[in-house]
Write a protein that binds this ligand. Structure first.
Ligand SMILES: [Ca+2]
Length: 400
């Protein structure tokens, strides 16, 4: 897997441990050979045997999909978290337990990335990535960073500037998903700094701000933690997933799929969960009717994270403008749940079906092979899926 990664480590050791000219010459040849600086970690070439062995290495033969769909490894990306795609087709991928941001490039458009560039390292849970007007925006826990003109220099990425460093530093639910809305503003969630608690109004919210960080305001309230949202391609409404509280029961509350129709709506946390369960501690003397209910209850403890509307043309027409949700999987349920990509079909703007689309990362014996974090629609209509446990980005295509 991390062939060049390991090579890179080796090269560094070589540099540190010895200045023997032969080895430096070896380095030079390697550098020349890879046509790149030391920022580059390359994925293997896409010969069919390599592709097959890579798919096997990531257990993709165990993943079940509807008829006609196929999944393969697009790129090996350590701790692959949230994703964003540039108009040119560069896939940017963040880290949560790692400290890096990656740019993944499939130069010859054959469905396997050749290059995985490290854009930045040493960052504080740089989970969220968003792209706007040639710049890459990265969300750490308490800062938003901007890398200008990023695609002109993936091999030697520019220094970042700080858009804002005014966000809370709490690590609890501190990692972020970010995205630009149709209004051109950057939407930035701030999760609750706890399992369940009352807190300052900036917490348990979705903020929005201008792309220079000015004009920061609370857009949605009562949101325990969202790590995935998207705007409906037609209605332009903001849909978001939300993770329900823990320690209330095995089967409640459900995670939520919500719609924020306008600024100022309150989605219940910490008073009301899944739209109809008052919190035993904070919900006293409250009414569920005072809060916006989810449009769909997702499975309890599934850890629903990234979601996108399917805007591509590769899948059957029935998938158009419907929703895919990455469920990271439960960590505290006796019978584990999640570890899959779900499909939500809507009719007249309302969910009518919630079924597994890609599953098998959770084996029948309880073994976990991977944990989906985010989904993104590729330019050719394929669906990317990031997996932070296995450390990869997959590509799902429809072939019939
Ligand atoms: Ca390729």
């Amino acid at each position: 897997m991390f062939y060049n990664y390991n090579l890179l480590t080796m090269q560094r050791k070589v540099f540190v441990n010895s200045a023997v000219s032969v080895l430096i010459a070896f380095m030079a040849i390697q550098t020349q050979f890879s046509c790149n600086s030391n920022k580059l970690a390359s994925a293997p070439q896409a010969s069919s045997s390599t592709k097959e062995s890579l798919n096997k290495k990531y257990n993709l033969d165990k993943i079940k999909l509807p008829p006609g769909f196929k999944i393969s490894v697009f790129a090996e990306v350590p701790n692959a978290r949230s994703m964003t795609l540039s108009p040119k087709g560069t896939l940017f991928v963040g880290n949560r337990s790692g400290d890096k941001v990656f740019a993944v490039v499939d130069k010859d458009k054959n469905g396997v990335a050749e290059n995985v560039y490290t854009i930045a390292s040493g960052l504080n849970s740089p989970n969220g990535v968003a792209f706007k007007d040639g710049s890459l925006y990265v969300a750490e826990i308490n800062r938003i960073l901007r890398f200008d003109n990023i695609e002109s220099s993936l091999q030697n990425p520019p220094q970042y500037s700080v858009v804002t460093d005014k966000l809370p530093k709490d690590k609890h639910h501190g990692w972020k998903f970010i995205a630009f809305g149709p209004d051109g503003k950057l939407y930035v969630p701030v999760g609750a700094p706890c399992n369940v608690c009352e807190s300052d109004s900036i917490y348990a919210s979705i903020l929005r701000m201008n792309k220079d960080g000015s004009g920061m305001e609370i857009y949605a309230k009562g949101v325990r933690n969202t790590v995935g949202f998207a705007w409906h391609p037609q209605t332009k409404q903001l849909w978001f997933t939300e993770n329900g509280r823990d320690n209330l029961g095995e089967d409640v509350p459900g995670d939520e799929l919500n719609i924020a129709l306008q600024r100022g709506m309150h989605f219940g946390f910490p008073y009301c969960h899944q739209g109809d369960i008052l919190d035993p501690e904070f919900g006293k003397a409250k009414s569920p009717d005072n809060y916006t209910k989810p449009v769909l209850k997702l499975g309890p403890h599934t850890a629903a994270l990234g979601m996108r509307f399917y805007t591509g043309d590769m899948f059957l027409p029935e998938y158009k403008n419907q929703i895919f949700i990455a469920e990271h999987g439960s960590w505290n349920r006796t019978t584990p749940i999640g570890y899959r990509v779900m499909y939500v079909r809507t009719e007249n703007g309302k969910p009518v079906q919630y079924i597994p689309f890609a599953h098998g990362w959770l084996q029948d014996d309880g073994k976990v092979l991977g944990r989906p974090v985010d989904v993104e629609v590729a330019q050719d209509g394929a669906l990317f899926v990031s997996d932070d446990k296995a450390g990869a980005v997959y590509r799902i295509v429809f072939e019939k």
